[in-house]
Ligand binder design. Structure first.
Ligand code: NAI
Length: 395
């Protein structure tokens, strides 16, 4: 069939197999071009490995450091005549490239929050690799079924305490408007923390430690975001920010656990705002990202997920480097985004953006092309007019 993008609000309901594979190849090429990551990880578990920051982590580990990788993700597989979600095709491309390079790659498509997937992954580590030396926790999920209580928690993206109004953009239609979001209820706050907080990361790490599947000195990292004041009400001080505070709480506990395990460590890396399936669902943030892209591209400091994670590994975690922690014990690879001159330029543009001047004042074109790339569209060298087979089994 011929597969075209079908954008519905902030999602695209189709994905292109060859396009996703070509996108993955671009990321692999970037990592290879930076050269090997010395003393890098060799046996890596990535939880949330199929798109965004987790996919970048898997690629940086495999192709920068020659690591065996296990990837956990939740994607809809392809069917006869129906494309999969993009992470399915991304994972097929990573797996093929890794195996072609002689690297172990194994995949678990299922609910990372469940005991069952944890059990399967632990069994695979025990049988295939013995232990892991890096665990990347990069889940972004709208819901979690709690493995002990069976309760289904749904995360919300809302302010806390009072309602919040700001500019936002409909990235599909290119319309700038004001959005007002009512504050979250106590239950919504607790639910968001249950989904996006640190409890599940701790369950994973405790299970791995109890089963003695963590190599001495093993590290673990989870990703967070802080961003500028213009987004704080919806992000840093909103429900998701409270969940990220809980992730930081978990990082401290896991760090203590790993320190006792041969001097390892766990920490939060604060990453740059980027177009991913997760971030496109947040109100206000896509408008900020489209301005940020314009400013950072002009400054020559723009990065995508793969550049971010390659830099994290090469300058903070491996290559003879140690993490440079901020006052709260976090690694900051959002450092270039948060530079005063970058933020001053964003603040200057923000108040004057309208529907009419959106194309000139922001990099909405760049935002859209990045968004389509997440689904394998708009990639150079891919013939989108050609027939393609949507049903591709996992190798
Ligand atoms: P994403 O939506 O691209 O990736 C999410 C991953 O989680 C996918 O691999 C998906 O399959 C997997 N997943 C979701 N639910 C699952 C489940 N129940 N079981 C197994 N796998 C599941 O998201 P993105 O943006 O890469 O986010 C990853 C982390 O990075 C999040 O913690 C996010 O807050 C953080 N982050 C994102 C930033 C951004 O601008 N996109 C900035 C800074 C941090």
């Amino acid at each position: 069939m011929i597969i075209r993008p079908k954008v519905r609000g902030f999602v695209c309901v189709t994905a292109h197999p060859e396009g996703c594979a070509a996108h993955v190849q671009e990321w692999i090429a970037h990592v290879k071009a930076q050269g090997p990551i010395r003393q890098g990880p060799k046996r890596v578990l990535v939880i949330g490995a199929s798109t965004g920051y987790g996919l970048a982590s898997r690629i940086a580990a495999a192709f920068g450091s020659g690591a065996a990788t296990l990837g956990v993700f939740f994607e809809r597989p392809s069917e006869e005549g129906r494309p999969a979600t993009p992470g399915w095709y991304n994972t097929i491309a990573v797996t093929r490239a890794a195996r072609a390079a002689g690297l172990y790659a194994r995949n678990f498509n299922g609910d990372a929050f469940s005991d069952e997937i944890k059990r399967q992954v632990l069994d695979a580590i025990r049988t295939d690799l013995g232990q892991v030396d890096l665990v990347v926790y990069s889940l972004a999920s709208p819901r979690r079924t709690h493995p002990r209580t069976g309760a289904v928690h749904r995360s919300v993206l809302k302010p806390v305490g009072q309602s919040y109004s700001n500019k936002t953009v409909d990235t599909d239609k290119g319309i700038v408007s004001t959005v007002t979001i009512d504050p979250a209820s106590e239950t919504e706050i607790a639910d968001t923390i249950a989904v996006m907080g640190g409890e599940d990361w701790e369950l994973w790490m405790n299970a791995l430690a109890e089963a003695r599947l963590l190599a001495p000195g093993a590290q673990s990292v989870a990703y967070s975001y802080i961003g500028p004041e213009v987004t704080w009400a919806i992000y840093k001080n909103g429900t998701i920010g409270l969940a990220k505070n809980d992730l930081e709480r978990a990082a401290k506990n896991i760090d203590s656990l790993l320190k006792l395990n041969g001097g390892g460590r766990a920490f939060i890396s604060v990453n740059k705002a980027l177009v991913t399936q997760a971030s496109s669902a947040i109100p206000v943030v896509p408008l900020y990202i489209s301005i940020l892209y314009k400013v950072m591209k002009a400054a020559g400091t723009h990065e995508g997920c793969i550049e971010q994670v390659q830099r994290l590994f090469a300058t903070q975690m491996y290559n003879g480097q140690v993490p440079k922690f901020d006052e709260s014990g976090r690694v900051r690879i959002d450092d270039w985004e948060m530079r005063p001159e970058i933020q001053a330029a964003v603040r200057e543009i923000w108040p004057r953006v309208t529907t009419e001047n959106l194309a000139a004042e922001t990099d909405m074109a760049g935002y859209r092309s990045e968004f389509l790339k997440l689904f394998g569209f708009g990639i150079a060298g891919v013939n989108y007019d050609a027939e393609t087979e949507p049903h591709v089994p996992m190798p």
